[in-house]
Design a protein around this ligand. Structure first.
Ligand SMILES: Cc1cc2nc3c(=O)[nH]c(=O)nc-3n(C[C@H](O)[C@H](O)[C@H](O)COP(=O)(O)OP(=O)(O)OC[C@H]3O[C@@H](n4cnc5c(N)ncnc54)[C@H](O)[C@@H]3O)c2cc1C
Length: 375
């Protein structure tokens, strides 16, 4: 029987497995990942406010694996051989007929002094640490910023940093502590969040102004010190620094013949095929795909790519040419705890909704949908 091996157990991996079963592809599915859990990172923004706990965001996948007949291998991938037909792991080799790489991306930790910043997207534990630090602070300066991968400007994650920024402001207000704090937002881009569209950037900058958040924009970030962000031509003294660096591909890609983009991601075409390697596919943050410059590194986009991969593998298995292209689409709710701003973008529309409490609840509904699906 055909074996389809999937690397990762995140959004792209789980969606690909589910879609393959839905299409009734007659194959064994092997999933390789270091953990049998999905960590639902989009909701880590709510941990500091106490409306989500770390434990609740760790989804045990045993039921999902049983339901979709997935053979799970608890291991970390370390390399590939034979054009991708064999996956090397720290627990031995796994061979396949199709390989789906859905192992996500890695943060670039090159900025000097980056260890002095909390990197919120590194996981649930960091969300918890932000909560503890905020609880302990009586006043001071909080600096929040992000940057990108200079070799691949699309390899970044800005949305959650806007959310942490606004949520911290809301939380301090709710606790009556805001007057004792200064909040500073920094980014090397003069117009951060450009992928959301120009109207959205205007809205975000206006929101910062309305909340009394100071901005340091358009200055290169030189280094981070224990209590300082050093920018070209300026510095921010800060008691708490939250920083999101740009993204690159996982380190193990260096042990493979996979074609890489300038930013270190796996190069793929619009059907999610890895260039030059038959039956090797990529979905989600690990890939570098052709498409509009606003194409996001998002769970929703990862899902759309995973659906295209499943459709294309199903085609190959019936002897047809793979021809399903993934849909580039951005759906983002920038949550502020007390409200939210919806942004939708595809090749035809760029919708920016007004700030509404309804969107905060809509984001909670999305969370429920995902958690129910994967539980
Ligand atoms: C704080 C935060 C908020 C976010 N908010 C949103 C949001 O509101 N909406 C949205 O759409 N997106 C959001 N995102 C982005 C979204 O989480 C990512 O884009 C998405 O997780 C990418 O999915 P993926 O499957 O490509 O990778 P991941 O979800 O990162 O999954 C990668 C998988 O590969 C596994 N893996 C890693 N290395 C190896 C290895 N060597 N061997 C085997 N397995 C490996 C990992 O354990 C994991 O299971 C947010 C992200 C963060 C951090």
């Amino acid at each position: 029987m055909t074996n389809i091996t999937i690397i990762g157990s995140g959004f792209a991996a789980l969606t690909a497995a589910r879609a393959l079963r839905k299409r009734k592809v007659d194959a064994t599915i092997t999933m390789i990942s270091p953990r049998r859990e999905l960590h639902f990172l989009p909701s880590t923004i709510w941990i500091p406010a106490g409306i989500r706990s770390g434990a609740r965001l760790k989804v045990q996948l045993a039921h999902f694996f049983a339901k979709h007949r997935i053979d799970f291998v608890e291991a970390s991938v370390t390399g590939l051989k034979h054009g991708g037909r064999v996956v090397e792991t720290d627990h031995g080799d796994v061979s396949n007929d199709h390989l789906i790489i859905a192992c996500g991306a890695r943060f670039i930790r090159k900025l000097p002094g980056i260890e002095h910043a909390l990197i919120p997207c590194e996981g649930i534990a960091v969300g918890e640490e932000i909560g503890r630090r905020l609880d302990a602070m009586k006043g001071g300066t909080i600096a929040v910023g992000f940057s990108t991968n200079p070799e691949e400007p699309g390899a970044m994650r800005g949305g959650p940093m806007f959310e942490f920024l606004f949520i911290i402001d809301t939380l301090l207000r709710q606790r009556g502590k805001r007057p004792g704090f200064q909040i500073v937002f920094f980014s090397p881009s003069p117009r951060p969040g450009a992928r959301l569209g120009q109207r959205a950037v205007d809205g975000l900058l206006q929101e910062m102004k309305d909340r009394g958040i100071v901005t340091q924009l358009g200055r290169k970030i030189l280094r981070i010190e224990e209590r300082k962000v050093v920018l070209e031509g300026g510095e921010i003294d800060a008691d708490l620094i939250l920083f999101m660096p740009g993204l690159t591909g996982p380190a193990w890609l260096a042990n493979t013949e996979l074609p890489l983009s300038p930013g270190g991601m796996i190069k793929a075409d619009e059907c999610c095929r890895v260039e030059g390697l038959p039956n090797v596919w990529v979905a989600g943050d690990a890939g570098s795909f052709p498409g509009p410059d606003w194409m996001p590194k998002q769970a929703h986009q990862a899902d759309l790519q995973a659906l295209a991969v499943a459709a294309n593998i199903a085609a190959v298995e019936t002897g047809a040419e793979p021809s399903t292209r993934f849909k580039p689409e951005l759906v983002c709710i920038v949550d502020t705890l007390d409200s939210g701003m919806l942004v939708f973008r595809n090749e035809k529309f760029n919708f920016v909704g007004p700030k509404m409490k309804l969107f905060h609840w809509l984001k909670r509904l999305f969370e429920r949908h995902y958690l129910t699906t994967f539980r």
